[in-house]
Design a protein around this ligand. Sequence first.
Ligand code: ZN
Length: 134
Amino acid sequence: MNNEELLTFARHAMQMSYSPYSNCKVGAALLAKNGKVYEGCNIENAAYGPTMCAERTAIFKAVSEGVTEFEKIAIVGGKNGVEDGLYPPCGVCRQVMREFCSLDFPVILGKKDGFVETTLEELLPYSFGPENLN
Ligand SMILES: [Zn+2]
């Protein structure tokens, strides 16, 4: 699956966003090595703290179904669901990716006119991962 195709799934997920407080809608599409795509959206909460990001929603959906090997992830976002620039993953989501993904894991950041492709290592240099505890 190419990046544009995966971004289409992310845009679909973005429309599911529950974000009545920020009105920032974010969608993520996680391609697993088994070929399945897991979509996630951000889910806000009136107490703010329980809010969940799109990327972790997608990753946790997959892991909860026994899938832990991933090819790449695509992420889009925008105020009121209108893409207005890059929406890079937050630090917590980067660390969650680090648990399951290789350092060269591709992260595709959609924008209005195309996308930027980066890697987990570029987003989270000198990171702490599972091998540090072995
Ligand atoms: Zn996040």
